[in-house]
Write a protein that binds this ligand. Structure first.
Ligand code: SF4
Length: 285
């Protein structure tokens, strides 16, 4: 029976054990986050022969801020070392197409494992711990299936089943807080400085570029919320649920931002004004 520690479940990216899958399998469009266009399945020109990023220390300055945000939840090393038993797409080019197809499926499964593990750590969710535990075991089992099974897996259907449990978990965790109902809300660029959003339902909300400085987001449900460029300086996210490192990495913040204990403060939040920020841990880096 798997535990619920993200490290034990292999949910922390270990780029040294991965074949640079996010740098090959995924497409990019030239934008503020990526300096170049890249098709899915084509290796990024910055990926070196050892599956490391040759510009790891300069990603943001070189126009690849998006690379400092992405988190595979450990899917890269699972596909590389478990599904394909350590044989890379360079060693066995015939496996490349399927390996690139399996990677995003595995990433979704690992993301679900992350949420399920978090839910199982919430005392308020005790009434649904049984079904949550079974969902975690089933999801973990799926991650160990063969490449053929994973490629054909209806991951959307599995995701929908798990989501019902996560919704119930969210209701239990936020019960009695009278949080605002803003599920899926368009809050792009919203002025929410100092807002009282404790226990709010912000599932899937669009908070791109929102001013959340000093906002109270304790116990808010932030699953799937788009926080790109949102300013979380001095905001309190203690106990916020279903918040991921990728969401935090995509936002702005400062040393006074309070985060859930499972997440780490991005290095670019603490860079000296005018100085070159150090990139967060990065796939391929
Ligand atoms: S981390 Fe480096 S090698 Fe990977 S996609 Fe970004 S720039 Fe390319």
């Amino acid at each position: 029976m798997p535990g619920t520690n993200p490290r034990d479940l292999g949910l922390l990216a270990d780029c040294a054990s991965c074949f640079g899958l996010c740098c090959v399998a995924l497409p990019f469009s030239a934008s503020a986050d990526f300096a170049i266009d890249k098709d899915a399945g084509r290796p990024c020109p910055n990926l070196d022969d050892g599956f490391r990023c040759s510009i790891h220390a300069q990603l943001r300055g070189r126009g690849f801020a998006g690379c400092t945000v992405f988190d595979c939840f450990g899917a890269g090393q699972k596909v590389s070392q478990v599904t394909y038993e350590g044989r890379s797409w360079r060693e066995a080019p015939g496996t490349a197409r399927q390996m690139y197809a399996v990677f995003p499926v595995m990433r979704q499964l690992h993301e679900l494992l992350w949420y399920l593990a978090e839910a199982l750590g919430l005392e308020a969710a005790r009434p649904v711990h049984g079904p949550l535990r079974r969902a975690l075991e089933e999801t973990d089992r799926l991650t160990r299936e063969s490449a053929d099974v994973l490629e054909k897996l209806d991951v959307a259907a599995h995701r929908a089943e798990v989501n019902e449990l996560l919704l119930k978990t969210s209701e239990l965790a936020r019960a009695g807080l009278n949080g605002r109902e803003r599920r899926g809300a368009d809050l792009i660029g919203a002025r929410l400085k100092g807002a009282g959003l404790r226990g709010a339902n912000l599932r899937g909300a669009y908070l791109i570029g929102a001013d959340l400085r000093g906002a109270d987001l304790r116990r808010a449900d932030l699953i799937g919320a788009d926080l790109r460029g949102a300013d979380l300086s001095r905001a309190d996210l203690t106990g916020a649920i279903f918040l991921t490192q990728a969401q935090v990495n995509a936002a702005k913040g400062d040393p006074a931002t309070r985060l859930p204990a499972t997440l780490t403060r991005p290095d670019h939040w603490t860079a000296a004004p005018g100085g070159r920020p150090r990139p967060a841990r990065r796939p391929g880096g």
